[in-house]
Design a protein around this ligand. Structure first.
Ligand code: SF4
Ligand code: SF4
Length: 322
């Protein structure tokens, strides 16, 4: 038996290695790997060493839970058929900010059958990280999803499933009152933009300035771990089979705000940029008021023209104060 989160008794790396290998039994195992082109991606971890700390993947793990294109149902021979059951999988080496992002998606898709089915089959193992210059994560922003966390040669259970799995693997009851190792100083870099400062600046010149530079490429939204816009498309085959697909959409695309009759709720790039910032900082619907920017910095790296929501926030705060 091993004490799993006792600061005075760090675990041996071999124990952690054995735990990670056991997670891959009966599950497809994914882990981040940096490739020769310099980009870190989630890869099938069939061979090679498993990570000992997390690395931020350029495309976040939402892609496994909310695939870019998925069949929701098929209509064939006069009957509707549900989508195929997902296979069990585990992801090891998830950074803390991405575990927050999954918590956020869990709220958004709380009643969504395909998403819930994938989450029920997923096992998420977080690991501590080395924060980069673009990181602005904040442990107080929202709770974490996930099952197990590994860092500083210790193991935490962060869900009932994680707790059960650790016990099966020979760990004693995990100690929960040791704080997780959040990177220091990153939260201080965040901009504290209030709703009043944002909503009273609807006509601020920065929207036109930044909107003029924005290419509407949508890269910032694709890489964002909490962006989830989707569209539905029905595909009819010649034999009469109809498949309904859910595909990623993007609030930067010109047709995103268009409705029947030709009206566009968000004409122009400045409108769409402001819309995305509103969604990130202030949320919509039941999550109104929840800032969903987990501070991963992916959008800043992905944007080809260096548009930065935090820099916009900083300017709005400055103009409100002047
Ligand atoms: S808005 Fe940018 S920094 Fe914030 S969570 Fe999305 S990609 Fe990360
Ligand atoms: S990545 Fe930059 S240029 Fe592309 S849509 Fe986002 S803000 Fe605009």
């Amino acid at each position: 038996m091993f004490d799993s989160a006792v600061p005075s008794s760090p675990l041996k790396q071999t124990v952690l290695d054995d735990l990670l290998i056991s997670l891959g039994q009966n599950r497809t195992l994914w882990a981040p790997r940096t490739e020769p082109d310099g980009f870190c991606r989630l890869q099938l971890a069939r061979e090679g060493p498993l990570p000992s700390q997390s690395t931020l993947t350029f495309i976040p793990l939402k892609k496994l839970l909310l695939p870019p294109r998925e069949a929701v149902w098929v209509h064939r021979d006069g009957c509707f058929h549900a989508a195929d059951e997902p296979e069990p999988f585990a992801v090891v080496g998830v950074p803390l900010c991405d575990l927050q992002a999954i918590w956020y998606l869990d709220q958004v898709f709380a009643d969504d059958v395909p998403y819930r089915a994938r989450r029920a089959k997923s096992l998420l193992v977080g690991m501590s990280c080395e924060p980069g210059l673009d990181c602005r994560c904040d442990g107080q922003l929202m709770p974490l999803a996930g099952d197990i966390f590994i860092g500083q040669e210790r193991v935490w259970a962060i869900s009932a499933a994680g707790d059960a799995l650790l016990r099966e693997s020979g760990f004693s009851a995990p100690v929960l009152d040791v704080p997780l190792p959040w990177p220091e100083g990153t939260a201080e870099k965040r901009q504290d933009l209030s709703g009043e400062q944002f909503y009273s600046a609807a006509d601020a010149s920065i929207w036109a300035e930044e909107g003029k530079r924005c290419l509407s490429c949508g890269a910032c939204s694709v890489v964002c771990p909490t962006c989830y816009c989707f569209d539905m498309q029905d595909e009819a085959a010649v034999d009469g089979t109809v498949t309904r697909h859910r595909i990623w959409d993007n609030c930067f695309f010109a047709e995103h705000g268009e409705v029947a009759g030709g009206h566009d709720f968000r004409p122009g790039r400045a409108n769409r940029l402001r819309f995305r910032m509103e969604h990130k900082f202030f949320g919509f619907g039941e999550l109104r008021g929840q800032n969903s920017c987990v501070g991963c910095g992916r959008c800043r790296k992905a944007c080809p023209v260096d548009i930065d929501l935090d820099r916009i926030a900083e300017r709005l705060i400055g103009e409100a104060a002047s």
